[in-house]
Design a protein around this ligand. Sequence first.
Ligand code: ATP
Length: 354
Amino acid sequence: MKIILENICKTFGSVKAVSNLNLEIDDGELISILGPSGCGKSTTLSLIAGLLKPDNGEIYFGDKKVTNIEPEYRGIGMVFQNYALYPHMSVLKNIMFPLKMKKIHKKEANKMAIQMAELTKIEDLLHRKPSELSGGQQQRVAIARALVKKPEILLLDEPLSNLDARLRIEMREEIRRIQQEINITTIFVTHDQEEAMSISDKILLMKDGLYQQYTTPREMYSNPSNKFVARFLGNPPINFIETEIMYNGEVVKLHNSRIILNLSRHLKGKGIKENQVTLGIRPEDFIITNKDEALFSVEVIGIQIMGKEIYIIANIDEGIKVTLVASWDFNIDVGDRLYLDAKNIHIFHRGDVC
Ligand code: ATP
């Protein structure tokens, strides 16, 4: 089922929770709504679910306008962070509950619930109570219950946040598998960039109720629309270097520093109109090279061993600090000097807030 949001606004008192949001989600896509706490993710999901009504704008499911339709008539399944299972009911009864509400015959309901238990791989747990299940198993029950009425849209609000790190990875892969198996349009709310990047067809990134960018994870990572987007994706985060472009873009002067770099090959074709720009370099985009080919000469001031890689913290000069990533076996010490080039340099407006 295709979903369209047209100019959606929602205000709570003086807080603009969602401002002028336009969004198109294709049939069968899984999209994530991503952003820091309070950016309007849950409000957007509640508006799509019909739990909240927008102050302005329209919502369409397929060709049908649903803006004023009550949640129970929208054909959606929802899963919340706390699972909201009924503690006194068995797993089977929990899954069958929405069908009971719809007055579907018990035999048919039983069959549909077992089908969903098979899809979510909990068919051996049907007679247990929620308290006898692990967090991941409870989450599977919540998904089975959300899907049993065969909705055309699945909405997931931070569904993995109560699980430990290892289980989160397992369950996000499971959500993607289930979603693809039944090809259901799915919206997944999370504040975890890695989670969003790993399972989504597209990501909507929000900040303070405002749309920042909506595109595929790869495109958002490689072509962020502003400094906030660039900084929100990636760990360790992108390095920002304040600069002043001189001599028609031939060279840049690093902010508050005497260093002047010839960046003409990196700036070519980027159509820069301002003088005051921020360079963005991802830690993995630095290339360790020799003095003659280097953009920067840096002094290593810190090393963090992360396992398969190391994070090197270095000073370009006069207090400009950058982080770069190298392989675990790269031989380096604090105090060493490195010569760096970059595979890719992003250019942002200095005025961008991040
Ligand atoms: P989190 O990740 O913390 O759940 P979120 O991105 O889902 O955050 P929302 O819950 O959508 O954010 O909230 C967006 C803004 O709207 C916040 O400033 C929040 O305080 C405010 N807000 C949300 N619901 C209400 C409400 N019912 N009454 C008043 N303000 C609200």
